[in-house]
Write a protein that binds this ligand. Structure first.
Ligand code: ATP
Ligand code: MG
Length: 260
């Protein structure tokens, strides 16, 4: 990995960019994953590169839903395994969820490289999606492959950084779908039951924390959190956050300003 000076004003952004490049070099991340990462970064700039209130609200509802789930599954792709492998495993444990490798550009080498990365963090972790035998209806061959013991029978699925077409197909199968996506306008963001508009590098650690905090809550309380949640309002609040932030920046002026 290229050494980035800690003093660089955009150190963390460059750090995660290097992680994605490293993920590609090690066979986990697809080339298209690099482009998807760039699109995410652009939206993170607009949001302000921090977890905003609508994302925190969505995370609470998502955690409540996962703690109530019968067969919860967390999907892992090439970008996720490059950015947050350790946190993915922590989240699966905190939720009592299964992990499934689920790729848009599926190749056996990529599946193997991702499984290896996850096993580096926990050699005993159960990983699904290595030999998927089921297909999501209405998605052509490789794009639709899922594990019979994973996404196929899941009631609640977390599909971060997911393509919109596949998100929609999962909703069509009757799954309760949670996504993490920095672009509030993407098809995934619009189709999911709960959309967490935040960078996955901030969202996953926060969700692990929330899961540990909320684990002791009575079921009725968790149910109340899920029922009171409105994803349409969350997405509108994200758009308003971006609009208001840009309006404020435009009024204040940004020319030669060091911090935004
Ligand atoms: P859609 O298919 O949902 O319309 P898309 O085609 O623009 O979206 P995909 O490549 O299918 O994009 O999905 C990847 C999504 O993940 C993008 O919306 C991108 O903004 C988002 N994304 C990329 N990196 C991150 C990240 N680190 N954290 C959260 N979201 C991210
Ligand atoms: Mg897409």
């Amino acid at each position: 990995m290229v050494k980035i000076p800690k003093s660089h004003p955009r150190y963390w952004s460059l750090y995660y960019r290097e992680k994605i490049i490293e993920g590609m070099e090690r066979g986990m991340t697809a080339k298209a994953g690099l482009i998807a990462h760039g699109r995410g970064e652009a939206f993170d700039y607009l949001i302000g590169e921090k977890t905003i209130e609508p994302a925190e609200r969505a995370m609470k509802a998502a955690v409540a839903k996962f703690l109530l789930a019968k067969h919860p599954v967390i999907s892992v792709n090439g970008n996720v395994s490059a950015l947050v492998p350790k946190e993915t495993i922590e989240l699966a444990k905190a939720f009592g969820a299964k992990l499934e490798i689920n790729l848009f550009y599926r190749t056996e080498e990529r599946v193997k490289a991702i499984a290896e990365e996850l096993r580096k963090h926990d050699p005993d972790i159960e990983i699904l999606g290595i030999n998927p035998t089921k297909r999501i209806p209405n998605l052509e061959h490789d794009r639709g492959k899922v594990d019979e013991n994973g996404i196929w029978r899941a009631d609640v699925v977390l599909v971060p950084l997911e393509d919109g077409d596949r998100t929609e197909a999962l909703v069509g199968m009757g799954k309760f779908v949670v996504t993490v996506d920095l672009n509030p306008l993407s098809r995934s963001a619009r189709m999911a039951d709960i959309t967490i508009v935040d960078n996955i590098v901030r969202a996953y650690p926060r969700m692990v924390e929330l899961a540990r905090e909320m684990k002791g809550l009575p079921r009725e309380e968790l149910e109340r959190i899920v029922e009171g949640y409105d994803n349409g309002k969350t997405l509108s609040d994200v758009l308003l956050h971006i609009k208001n932030r840009l309006t404020k920046l435009a009024r204040e002026g940004i020319w030669r300003r060091k911090e935004l």
